[in-house]
Design a protein around this ligand. Structure first.
Ligand SMILES: C[S@@+](CC[C@H](N)C(=O)[O-])C[C@H]1O[C@@H](n2cnc3c(N)ncnc32)[C@H](O)[C@@H]1O
Length: 824
């Protein structure tokens, strides 16, 4: 249920104490930072500000379920018996009289951040309100006065005013909120929407590791509306199914409709924000002017492509390891958010997105843990041994024999067991790993049919959060190979092997996947995604394709046969190694991969390749294969740059291979790019955007003898956070790039990036511009930040959103991929 402008939704949470102390603008990362007093963003504020008189302690989840003390002992940070509002020293607040139970959030129409958060106590009916400091509190006061709402603005500090509103009863709160509906304060329309303690929408979702699609990093912007029942009451996830498949209660068609609405909402939001970002001295671009004709959308949404498989589609499941509500060692999914004190884990029963094989392995590992003497990871004390269990599956190429596509066979499985070796004796670990290996192998082969097992990898992670970095140490354990089908390595069955990778098939190509490399979790839906992106990119043999954030090379490699050449950019070195291998395995020779953060190299690479790139190697020629020449850096430093290229210059073959480290990056990139790097100081002007810029003329003059690709296209597929501003700037200011396709697993960040890509620039940027407001960066939304950034974008022709499409890679969850074509 996305909040409609002007609509009213009141959230009541009868289960959790919610102390709203003005949480707008809290950075999630702040909470992650080794913060052992795990609470909520609101509490973070409370600790920061000595003048806030209390903090909140939630009920221990174990206690809640069992009515007895948990096994965390005295170290448990959570309350046993009653949730508490603990007083700060020297305060006048009476903690025992306050229970804040009902909350709502007030939003301003042009901001994603709440204008204020309201929390209502169940005993005194006092309400707390947090107001961003730059907002005119006097106007709010006037408004509240008019409506007979009692309040007291208590504090104005650190970007936040904290106040207390007093209602005589719940009815008065409801009436006040109704009155707020659709009203203007300070020239801004306000809206009241669902809220739970966090103002940041991406913490409102039930978070579970199954949603970790990008190297374990999770965030989401679509409110988990399944957590809100028909009366608008927030309910907690009560089982694993609700935690990882919150839309499973809907028919699949209804899920698609729900996702379509979210995407339409994003397209409208883009129009609104881009309109505000437009400098007042230039007319609105056509696409904004025409938006009214299509219901305010920035472009048409062509539809949503459904997933070929809607059950058991996930090829990767990250299971939590912890205690069930009954106190049993369990491998499954967290029932809620750790920040809210929920640590109970439940078996993956009845989770339609989880595959059978993953469930079976989770159970096998769970049985193993029941007999293990080593402790499970304790997130309260940050100690323990067993942390997480990941199952990754690979399929054989799909047999198109007319049968159902879900008949595809899983031929390879990699199990990744995350541990923390700190404080555990090496010999003890050795014995435990031997027992682990033999248990997994025996039980997998005793299953009917036997479960494939190709690779078993230990990840030794000593950090606090479960999300390990890509360079976290990995140790493959030897396993006796089992499985129905021979794998790509051709290893005979029953042979003991030590594998570090598995293989999957996509668009009839084989892909090698390292433990930490990203691979789309829904392989069959990813095929649809890639071919849509290829179609929209209008590829041809004359196309030079940039695959930005290329992972294991899937997009570029699956489209390589349709283009002249592919240049992939990816920061995870294991994924880049995989990409080289994948080109090799599939005999593809027109792809090059660069291992670096895109923001560090994109500008140089665009200029370098657009000017200099040669027609690719003709199969059968004597040119060296870029893959076999590639320097493969397994598990190397993620900042390493690997460039391997084989190009023909005139009649000569030029092969360069470079490995760069962080410290030498810029210099070495220059070496790779040689003297062909173009000085980037001059930016094309808006007036000249249809004519070749000086840059372009220089390029042409310097390179007249070189054959070039007529067409340059990018397909970008960034992580949830979206593209780095430098990447946006590079795409926008390179005049040769006239179109690109954006694939996004987080439409909110796509929307924010699109604001910068599509807003006109002016020669002499104005400070402020239309509807500017003086948000500090701390409180600003991603859209607001993008609007600000767009003001300093160098003069360049803006892109236009042409069309958008949803691709449902994640049935039963609120997530959806969004694909958008931009042109200029
Ligand atoms: C959503 S995945 C897409 C991967 C690939 N296109 C695919 O479909 O399998 C995003 C990828 O971007 C990579 N990545 C994240 N931040 C990056 C950055 N700053 N520069 C380059 N790659 C990045 C991640 O390692 C991940 O492989």
């Amino acid at each position: 249920m996305a909040a409609e402008e002007g609509s009213l939704k009141i959230t009541m949470d009868d289960e959790d104490v919610v102390a709203m102390v003005g949480s707008a603008g809290v950075d999630d990362k702040e909470m992650e930072n080794g913060d052992k007093l795990v609470t909520s963003a609101t509490l973070k504020h409370a600790r920061d500000d000595e003048n806030i008189p209390y903090w909140k302690t939630s009920l221990c989840s174990y206690f809640r379920s069992n009515s007895s003390k948990c096994n965390h002992g005295d170290n448990c940070r959570y309350a046993h018996g009653e949730e508490e509002l603990r007083p700060r020293p020297d305060n006048t607040w009476d903690p025992t009289s306050e229970r804040v139970k009902k909350v709502a959030k007030i939003e301003c129409d042009d901001s994603d951040q709440p204008l204020g958060n309201l929390g209502l106590s169940d005993q005194t009916e006092k309400c707390l309100i947090g107001i961003p400091v730059n907002w005119d509190t006097d106007k709010l006061k006037d408004f509240l006065d008019q409506h007979g709402i009692l309040y007291k603005i208590a504090k104005k500090k650190k970007g936040m005013s904290v106040g207390f509103l007093t209602f005589s009863d719940v009815h008065q709160l409801h009436t006040a909120l109704q009155d707020l509906k659709g009203k203007q304060i300070g020239g801004k329309y306000i809206k009241v929407a669902d809220s739970i303690p966090r103002s940041s929408t991406n913490k409102q979702m039930p978070k579970s590791s199954i949603e970790c699609d990008d190297l374990g990093k999770v965030s989401g912007d679509i409110t988990d509306d399944n957590a809100v029942n028909a009366e608008g009451l927030v309910i907690k996830c009560r089982n694993a199914r609700e935690a990882v498949a919150p839309l499973a209660y809907m028919l699949y068609n209804e899920q698609l409709e729900y996702k379509k609405k979210s995407l339409l909402h994003i397209l409208k939001k883009l129009t609104r924000n881009a309109r505000k970002a437009c400098p007042s001295s230039v007319p609105y671009p056509d696409w904004i002017q025409n938006a009214r004709e299509i219901g305010g959308l920035s472009c048409e949404l062509e539809g949503i492509i459904e997933s070929p498989l809607s059950t058991g589609y996930r090829n990767k499941c990250e299971f939590s390891v912890g205690y069930s509500v009954d106190g049993k060692r369990t491998v499954g999914f967290n029932l809620g958010n750790f920040r809210e004190g929920i640590v109970a884990v439940e078996e993956p029963t009845d989770c339609p997105n989880v595959s059978n094989i993953s469930c079976q392995y989770a159970l096998i590992f769970q049985d193993f843990l029941h007999l293990s003497k080593l402790p499970l990871w304790d997130r309260f004390n940050n100690s323990g041994f067993w942390r997480q269990f990941t199952v990754r599956e690979g399929r054989n190429p799909v047999q198109c024999d007319g049968g159902e596509r879900d008949d595809v066979k899983i031929s390879e499985v990699m199990l990744i067991i995350q541990i923390c070796s700190s404080g555990t004796d090496d010999d003890v670990m050795k014995v435990e790993f031997e027992r682990l290996t033999s248990t997994l192998v025996e039980k997998a082969s005793a299953s009917s049919p036997p479960l494939p097992l190709s690779a078993l990898v230990i990840q030794d992670h000593k950090g606090i959060s479960n999300a390990a970095s890509a360079d976290c140490p990995l140790f493959p354990l030897p396993v006796q190979k089992i499985g129905n089908n021979s794998d790509i390595s051709g290893s005979p069955k029953n042979q003991v092997v030590t594998e570090e990778r598995i293989h999957d098939s996509i668009c009839n190509l084989r892909f090698c996947i390292s433990p930490t490399a990203f691979f789309q979790v829904n392989t069959l839906a990813a095929e649809k995604l890639y071919s849509l992106a290829g179609d929209w990119a209008r590829l041809s043999p004359d196309t030079l394709l940039f695959d930005v954030c290329c992972g294991t090379g899937t997009i570029g490699l699956t489209l390589a046969h349709r283009v002249g050449m592919v240049v992939g950019i990816e920061m995870n070195s294991s994924a880049v190694s995989d990409a080289f291998r994948n080109a090799d395995i599939n005999g593809i020779t027109n792809c090059k991969f660069v291992c670096s953060k895109a923001e560090d190299v994109i500008e140089s690479l665009l200029k370098e390749y657009i000017v200099n790139v040669q027609q690719p190697e003709i199969p059968g020629s004597d040119m060296k294969n870029p893959v076999t020449n590639g320097i493969l850096d397994s598990f190397g430093n993620s900042n390493t740059i690997i460039v391997s290229e084989a190009t023909k210059v005139g009649n000569a073959t030029h092969v360069s291979e470079t490995i760069n480290t962080e410290s030498s990056r810029q210099q070495e990139v220059s070496v790779v790019c040689d003297n062909r790097i173009i000085n980037d100081s001059a930016s094309p002007s808006v007036e000249n955007h249809d004519k070749p810029s000086q840059d372009e003329k220089d390029m042409e003059e310097n390179n007249t003898s070189m054959p070039r690709f007529k067409d340059v296209v990018a397909i970008v597929d960034p992580p949830r956070v979206g593209l780095h501003p430098k990447v946006i700037k590079a795409l926008r200011t390179n005049p040769r790039l006239q179109r690109f396709v954006y694939i996004s697993c987080n439409p909110e960040s796509l929307m924010a990036n699109a604001i910068e890509l599509c807003t006109p620039t002016v020669d002499n940027p104005q400070k402020g511009g239309r509807n500017s407001r003086g948000w500090t960066n701390r409180n600003i939304s991603s859209a607001g930040l993008a609007r600000q950034r767009s003001k300093s974008m160098p003069m360049s022709k803006p892109f236009r959103p042409i069309k958008a499409m949803g691709v449902d890679l994640f049935p039963h969850t609120v997530h959806c991929e969004m694909v958008m074509l931009f042109e200029r």
